[in-house]
Design a binder for this molecule. Sequence first.
Ligand SMILES: [Zn+2]
Length: 201
Amino acid sequence: MPILQVIEYPDPRLKQVSNPVSFADEANLEAVIQDLFDTMYDAPGCVGLAAPQVGILQRIVVIDSSRNPKFESRHGRVVLINPSVERQEGEVIAREGCLSLPDLTANVKRAQFISVRFQNPEGIEKKIEASDFEARVILHEMDHLDGILFLDRVASLKTDVFRRKRYAQNEGKKEGDGARKPVGEDSLKMQEIESERSSNR
Ligand SMILES: [Zn+2]
């Protein structure tokens, strides 16, 4: 199965609202889902991918939060089609990254608990309840379906956005020079921080 190219900010497709999947005319839905998983698993540590990130403007998300051993994952590998948040509670601020913004991470506020309705690949209505890291992964990927990136969610672009330093170190460059990253190297990697803690100085 092909590994698809992940499009990166500021590609205008990342700002578009994706179309609902209508199961009637989705002959290639299974193949798209498989390609999304293959592309996600090809990126080290990547725990979620939304179809618009590979230029497919359809409301399809794949996640596997069990790839990050630091956090609890209740559901592992899940496909969410036409997802919508039914209920959310609490607030947590934590660090997020994104394959489409490979050089940056940011502190982003998300709900702590969510209940999400969606359809599975067979078109059957389902519901998933998730919390903490797994909820964050789902909400981050769902944002992509509405053309929202984590940069749109940060409280302050000045203090809540960080350059990934390890890429610069890996390539032996000086930090802060807009280091390039190897293709496909990143993902949705996060570190929990205390919700009230202020940004790095
Ligand atoms: Zn993302």
